[in-house]
Write a protein of this length. Structure first.
Length: 292
C-alpha cells in the first residue's frame, strides 16, 4: 500500500507537473525562469501552513495570476502575496510589485514612496509650487504618521500624493482580509502603508495593462472578492493532484466564474476516460482499417 502524499507534496507535484509548467512558461515574462518561480511559490506555501487548507483551485489560480504579472510571491521582496481568506487564496500585489510594474510603463523617470514617522521633519505645500520636504530623524522615529508617493515623468512633470494616518486606517478598515493574522497588514505594515499611497498615485498616472490589472486585483482583494487574470483555468483532482481538464474563459474575470466544484472535476475525469476509450477504439494504422 502506497503512503498517501502530504498536502504540500500534492501541491508541489501539481505546480511542477509538465502541464502546469507549460502554462507558467506561457504566462511568465521572458526574464523570469519558470523553475525559480515554482520554487518561490512552493516556498511561500510552506511558510504559511493555512494556504494548505485553502481551496486548491484558488491557490493555483492566484499563482498563475502572479506569473502573468511577473511578480514573485515570496513576501520578503514585497512584490506579491498569497493570502488565505475564507478557505480561498487571494492574490495581492505588494508595494514593490506595483512600483515594478509602474516603472515598466516607460512613462516615468522615477517613482518613490516613503513613510513619515512622528519624530521626522515633514512639510507639504500645495499651490502653484507644490513641494514635499522630508528629513527622517536618525534616532528614535516614533510611530508612523504620514505616507507619500512621488512620480516624476520623463518630461519633468511631477505627480504627488500625501496620506495621513487617518487616511490609511480608513482604507485598511475597508479591507476584508486585513484582520487575518496572515494579512500583509499585520506582517508587513509599513509596506502596506506605501502600497496604499502608491495605488492612489498610480490612479493618476497613465497605466499600462499589467499595472491596471494589478491595481484592479488589489481593489477586488481589499473588498474580499476573489479575482483572477488566468487565461487557462486548470481543473485539478484534489485527491491525486492530476490535471484532468483545461478551460479557456474570458479575461479578466471573477474567480467564482472559473473555479469549478467537485462535480466539475468528476465530469472532467469521466470525459478524459471517454477520450482515452475512443482513442483505443479508433484505427491506429492502415492495417487496422483494412481489418474492419
Amino acid at each position: 500500500m502506497k503512503n498517501a502524499l502530504q498536502p504540500i507534496d500534492e501541491i508541489r507535484r501539481t505546480i511542477q507537473s509538465p502541464a502546469y509548467t507549460k502554462e507558467l512558461q506561457s504566462a511568465l515574462p521572458p526574464h523570469i525562469k519558470v523553475e525559480k518561480f515554482q520554487r518561490v511559490v512552493i516556498s511561500a506555501i510552506q511558510q504559511n501552513a493555512q494556504l494548505l487548507e485553502c481551496n486548491r483551485k484558488s491557490l493555483f489560480a492566484a499563482s498563475m495570476t502572479a506569473a502573468q504579472l511577473g511578480l514573485y510571491t515570496d513576501g520578503f521582496l514585497g512584490e506579491a502575496y498569497l493570502v488565505p481568506y475564507k478557505k480561498n487564496v487571494q492574490f495581492q500585489p505588494g508595494y514593490r510589485g506595483i512600483v515594478k510594474l509602474a516603472r515598466q510603463s516607460g512613462e516615468l523617470a522615477n517613482i518613490s514612496c516613503h513613510v513619515v514617522y512622528e519624530n521626522d521633519y515633514f512639510d507639504y505645500e500645495l499651490g502653484d509650487n507644490e513641494s514635499i520636504t522630508h528629513r527622517p530623524t536618525l534616532g528614535e522615529r516614533g510611530a508612523m504618521q504620514y505616507v507619500y508617493a512621488i512620480a516624476k515623468f520623463k518630461d519633468d512633470a511631477v505627480q504627488r500624493v500625501v496620506l495621513t494616518k487617518q487616511d490609511v486606517m480608513k482604507i485598511k478598515k475597508s479591507s476584508q482580509a486585513a484582520d487575518s493574522k496572515y494579512s500583509p497588514w499585520h506582517t508587513f505594515e509599513e509596506e502596506m502603508w506605501k502600497k496604499t499611497a502608491i495605488k492612489r498615485l498610480c490612479k493618476m498616472l497613465p497605466l499600462n495593462t499589467d499595472l491596471q490589472n494589478a491595481i484592479a486585483l488589489s481593489d477586488q482583494s481589499d473588498i474580499g472578492k476573489q479575482a483572477s487574470l488566468v487565461d487557462d483555468v486548470i481543473v485539478v483532482d484534489n485527491e491525486t493532484g492530476e490535471i484532468v481538464k483545461e478551460k479557456k474563459p474570458s479575461k479578466p474575470q471573477n474567480l467564482e466564474d472559473v473555479v469549478l466544484n467537485d462535480d466539475d472535476v468528476k465530469e472532467a475525469k469521466e470525459e478524459k476516460k471517454e477520450e482515452e476509450k475512443k482513442k483505443k477504439e479508433e484505427p491506429q494504422n492502415l492495417g487496422d482499417l483494412l481489418k474492419q
